[in-house]
Design a protein around this ligand. Structure first.
Ligand code: IDP
Ligand code: MG
Length: 140
C-alpha cells in the first residue's frame, strides 16, 4: 500500500559529521523498515528539480547550495501511515520548535541544516521515491 511508505534524505550536514549511523538507528528504533537506500551527491539540476516547489522563496538558493555541498543518503522507509509517522519522528522544520527526542531536535544545526528530509504527503512520497529509485532497487 502506498500509504505504508515515505521518502527521506539524510542531509549533507549530518552525513559530513558522522550522524548517518545514529540517525539510521533512530529511524529503526522508530519502527521504520528501510525499503531502499543509497548515498548520492546531488547535482545542481537534481537539487533544483527536487525542491522545485520552493523556487522563488528567500531560502531557495541557500537550500540548493547546501543540498549539493556533499553526499546525502536517500531512502524509502516503510511503516504504517509512514508520511505522518515519519514527520512526527523528525520534528518541526525549525529545530528550535522541534519536540525533544526528534531527529531534528537531536541533529539539526539550523533551520536550513536540519539533518533530514521527510515527504509531506503520500503523493509527494511517491514522486520523491521515483525521483531517486528504479523498481529494481526497491525491496518491496
Ligand atoms: P520541511 O523539510 O520540514 O518539509 P519545507 O518548508 O518543505 O520544510 O522546506 C524545505 C527545506 O528548506 C527545509 O527542510 C530546510 O532545510 C529549508 N528551509 C525551509 N525554511 C527555511 C528558512 O526559513 N530558512 C532556511 N532554510 C529553510
Ligand atoms: Mg517539505
Amino acid at each position: 500500500m502506498y500509504s505504508d511508505f515515505t521518502f527521506s534524505i539524510i542531509k549533507p550536514n549530518a552525513v559530513r559529521t558522522g550522524k548517518t549511523g545514529p540517525i539510521l538507528a533512530m529511524i529503526n528504533e522508530g519502527g521504520f523498515e528501510i525499503a531502499a537506500m543509497r548515498m548520492v551527491k546531488l547535482t545542481l539540476p537534481q537539487a533544483e528539480s527536487f525542491y522545485a516547489v520552493h523556487k522563488g522563496k528567500s531560502f531557495f538558493e541557500g537550500l540548493i547550495e547546501f543540498m549539493t555541498s556533499g553526499p546525502v543518503v536517500v531512502m524509502i522507509l516503510r511503516h504504517e501511515n509512514a508520511v505522518d509517522q515519519f514527520r512526527k519522528l523528525i520534528g518541526a522544520t525549525d529545530p528550535a520548535k522541534a519536540e525533544p527526542g526528534t531527529i531534528r531536535k537531536t541533529f539539526a544545526v539550523s533551520v536550513q541544516m536540519n539533518a533530514v528530509h521527510g515527504s509531506d504527503s503520500v503523493e509527494n512520497a511517491i514522486k520523491e521515491a521515483d525521483f531517486f529509485f528504479s523498481g529494481i532497487e526497491r525491496f518491496y
